[in-house]
Write a protein that binds this ligand. Sequence first.
Ligand SMILES: [Fe+2]
Length: 462
Amino acid sequence: MSPQSKADPRSPSEPFWLKGHFAPVANEVTAHELPVEGELPQGLAGTYVRNGPNPKDGVSPHWWFGDGMVHGIHLTGGKARWYRNRYVRTAKFTGTALGPTAPGEDAGAVRARRLRGGGTSNTHVTEHGGRILSMVEAALPMELDRELSTVGAFDFGGAVDTPMTAHPKRCPLTGELHFFGYQVVRPYLTYYIADAGGRVISKREIEVEGASYMHDFAITERYAVFFDSPARMTRDWSAGMPFDWSDSHPARIGVVPRQGGKVRWFDVEPGQLGHTANAFERAGTLVLEGIRSARFEAAPPYLYRWEIDLESGHTRERQLDGRPVEFPRIDGRRNGQPHRYTYVIEMLDFADGVPGGARLRRYDSETDTSLAQELGPGQIPGECVFVPKSAQSPEDGGWLLSLVCDSKRDISELVVLDAGNFGAAPVARVRLPQRVPFGIHGSWVTVADERAAPPAGRLPRR
Ligand SMILES: [Fe+2]
């Protein structure tokens, strides 16, 4: 990590993540009864929570290294009841527990301390077993309460002793949460399954020759799917970006039986998987759909599909579209099963590897077409989150929520789209009391007041 000065983040010489619609905000704000343009659906009851980097000192050496800040908008009864933004109180944020090695402290103890420190906790947020978890792949998740205040590091009652990915996958058939952790020391890759209540029921080391950059993975009905890439992890996260690209290391997809059994690896064209949209099995073929770039941190990324014949081992792969896209999301009820619709952010006007604008796009795998969502000049949408209208509604029977930054007016809105009428004007726009920096991932959270999490696995508030 190179030393940084407290320069003006709006300066033209500042990197993209410190200026414009990425620029951090200074204050934690609470606001009630937010103005709404249009009509919020009556049945939309819960909290949209989105995570992203927001360096507390106003500077960070990389977009990924800013302190995590969650933004929440609580909707119920056709009203936008509140907005809150809160820093995730990690040890890095509070300045505790990350100091130099204490006399007599061994390397394992230092790693455990950093693990519980929460890293930057700036990447994603999810809800499972009555808990809201803020996540970054370098450390344990941090538990948040329903008003987004930090409770503390969460280790699943002591069952998780590695970092946890920021992209766990919930199986809609079992309610289980599948996740993994990767790190520079053994075990390099650990695969966990927690039951619907949050109890870890399976923990397995996946044998690999060292760790690689493994930001995301996927599940199908029978398998977990990992992508081992040439971006090799050569050190821990404490000294900046820890990956070195190795042309001698193949890219390969690992297919791991969920119920236990032998791991199979399939070589694919060298490249880097960013995010997965989904994976599923169809007629003996395992299909993985996700975002691929030629190398680690290379732009532009494209929607891509890998197909593996599980009997013959034959693999096929292809780019699905020529438009650069990222942040793929689907209806979560289709996780691990064939899906029709994939929602992405299409990146526009690339300059020096950074997009100057963006719009939402929906891919339809049944008709092999895609459709853009035009929100208006200067409107920069974030990742879409799909909320079904009811448990029985079809795959496009839901609402799409996206935090949109209006770069001309320097404001942000929560935009609600009807997924079944994609491309039409939003059904509602909730005006937020401050601009929300362009961030990373979010979720729809419905943890109710009375479902307060039990104390097991909870660490004291820092
Ligand atoms: Fe991600």
